[in-house]
Structures are given as C-alpha cells and as structure tokens.
Design a protein around this ligand. Structure first.
Ligand code: GAL
Length: 339
C-alpha cells in the first residue's frame, strides 16, 4: 500500500514538474538545455555535491567567446536533471606562455572542508599536447571567480587527461594519464589540496578519461582508449583497495558500440535512502562543432565485480532515494524501475 502511495506521489510530482517546465528526465545524447534553455556547456566535466547542491563544472565551448580566453563553466542543481548556469567560474588567458590554441581541458573541482576552498584541477597544455601538466585555480566560493595558482607535472610525470575521485571518507584523489609510462596514476592530494603528494597506484593500461567509483567494498575504474575525439570501447577493472592489485580490463559495453559513441569523464555515485545508483558520465564529442557535443549519462549495472553500461535510454533519477527509472519520452512517465 505504502509503495503504491509513494509511487502515485512520485508520478504526481513528476506531472507537476512537467507543468512547471522542469525537466523530469535525462535523455542521454540529446541536446540538454539548462534552466535558461541553452544547451549545457560543461564538457569533459565533473560533479561535486556540497550540502544538498550538486555543482557541475566543465569545458565551456560555446560559440562566439573571446578566443584569447579559456573558460570553465559552472552549473548547479538539486536533482541532477535541472541545471542552472552559475557563470564561467574560471576565465583565463594563456597562463604559461603556451602560445596560440593553448589547451585547458577536463576541469575538476574539489571542495576542501577544512580550508573551505574550492580547488580546481585541469589539464593545461600547448596545441601539440607537449606541455602535459595540470593547472590549479582556487576560489572561496563554488561560483568563483577561480584564480589561477600554478601548474606542475604531478609527481613529476607527464599528465594529460585527468579524472577526479572522492572516496566515501572524503579523501580526494586525482587520476592522470601518463603517455611515457603507458598507463595512469591514482594520486593523493596534500591537506590543502594544491599539491599532488603521493602515488596510490599506477595502472599499467594505456587508458585515459579515467573515472573511479567505490561501490559495495570494491573500487571500479573506467577508462577509454587513446583515440582522441573518436569514441572507442571503454573498459573497466576492479580492486579491493585503490592501491590494487587491479583486475584485467573488460569492456563496459559491446565493443562495436564504441561506448555508444561516448568517452568516460566520471562515475558518479548517488547514495539514497533506498538504493545506490552509479551514473556513467560520458562525452559524445563533436570535434568540428564542439559547442554541440553531447552528454551520455546513464545508470550503470554494477555489482559483484561487474560493471555494464546499458544501451542509452531516457531515465529519471530521485536523488533522495537513489532510485532511477526508465522513462518513455512520449508519455514522459517514469515507467520501468531501474533498480
Ligand atoms: C581525447 C581526450 C580529450 C581531448 C582530445 C583531444 O583523447 O580525452 O580530453 O584531449 O583527446 O584530441
């Protein structure tokens, strides 16, 4: 009985949000308008939760921006479906004399509870991707403006794609891909989050777009092959400890789908009162029209050492309970419980 009432209530809420113009589901691969109706610009991004608010930071690739700058955008949400643009939280001119077409990619923001600072890491590079460093910018608020601090090669290694992982105890980790060592590192941050100060693991697999989730006592790492903007079969491995040993890598989806045309940027865990869902966040890049690149977010099937990205379909998520439902976009009704 209670379940029926709860389901009816949920559907009522959904109907209400339809009436108020709120988004009631995520449609992987579709244009995703923010609250102002503009396609979200947060590519190669990442999400953090501070209190009840989710912040999504990513590459701002809108058309018509001043090409002397690189921009990191910020969005906020309380339900992961409706996002409000909070501005270009970082606006930076070439900070290290890198020359024309310098690169700022895959920004990730950590919130340091002790210092109350927001610390952004990003991939900083020249047009030939030879500088291979991380850049750091900080802000006292999630809305910015973030101020550039410095750049370095983490632990002395070349670093290109970066990923962010925050463990259940709040410990922050940076994942970074290193071409010369043909693999990627999981590394710990200093107390103030502005240094990368210890190697946790080196995973000897030529993968980038690194993402990690801790789910039921197992760590799952996902990465993509090194094919630039072209999608490829992303793979995963597991370990009981972040420091390994890590299992062999397996495909997260049928390899012929090339991860449904996407590339991993983060695995995001939503631990609710009823269940825990894990979202795969990927980018469907459109290299010639980057502003139109899409997001492929999907709840993964995970557990017992297996992780699978199902064929994309519209879904809704209830961040309170952690539940997700498959949605039929023609009726906009949450229909099939996903978990
Ligand atoms: C991808 C990488 C992107 C971007 C691109 C450039 O492999 O994940 O972030 O650097 O290459 O070709």
């Amino acid at each position: 009985m209670f379940k029926k009432i709860a389901a009816a209530f949920f559907i009522l809420c959904t109907l209400q949000t339809v009436a108020t113009g709120q988004r009631t589901f995520i449609d992987p691969g579709a244009v995703w308008p923010d609250s102002a109706g503009l396609h979200i610009q947060a590519h190669g991004g990442g999400i953090i939760k501070v209190g009840r608010v989710y912040y999504w930071y990513g590459e701002q690739r809108a058309q018509g921006l001043d090409t002397n700058y690189r921009y990191v955008s910020g969005y906020r949400s309380t339900d992961l479906m409706n996002w409000t643009f909070i501005g270009n939280v970082l606006q930076l001119t070439d900070p290290e004399d890198l020359g024309a077409r310098w690169i700022l990619e895959r920004p990730k923001v950590f919130f340091n509870k002790k210092t109350h600072a927001y610390v952004m890491y990003f991939h900083l590079d020249d047009r030939r991707y030879q500088y291979a460093r991380v850049g750091i910018a900080t802000s006292p608020t999630p809305e910015g403006p973030f101020r550039y601090l410095k750049s370095f090669r983490p632990l002395g290694f070349e670093s290109r794609d970066i990923g962010q992982f925050i463990d259940d105890d709040g410990t922050p980790y940076l994942i970074f891909e290193s071409r010369p060592s043909k693999g990627f590192y999981i590394a710990g941050l200093s107390a103030n989050y502005t240094e990368v100060n210890r190697q946790i693991a080196f995973i000897h697999a030529p993968l980038e777009g690194g993402a990690i989730v801790h789910y039921k006592k197992l760590y799952y790492v996902v990465g993509s092959a090194l094919t630039g903007w072209r999608p490829n079969p992303n793979k995963y491995a597991t370990a009981r400890s972040l420091s390994g040993p890590w299992s062999e890598f397996k495909d997260i989806a049928p390899p012929e789908t090339n991860t449904y045309g996407s590339q991993s940027t983060m695995l995001f865990k939503v631990a609710g009162t009823k269940t825990t869902s894990v979202l795969f966040m990927g980018d469907q890049w459109r290299p010639k029209t980057q502003w139109d690149s899409r997001y492929l977010w999907m709840p993964v099937t995970i557990g017992g050492g297996k992780l699978t990205l199902p064929p994309p379909h519209p879904f809704t998520i209830d961040v309170r309970t952690g539940k997700t439902w498959q949605v039929d976009p023609s009726t906009r009704f949450p229909q099939t419980p996903q978990n």
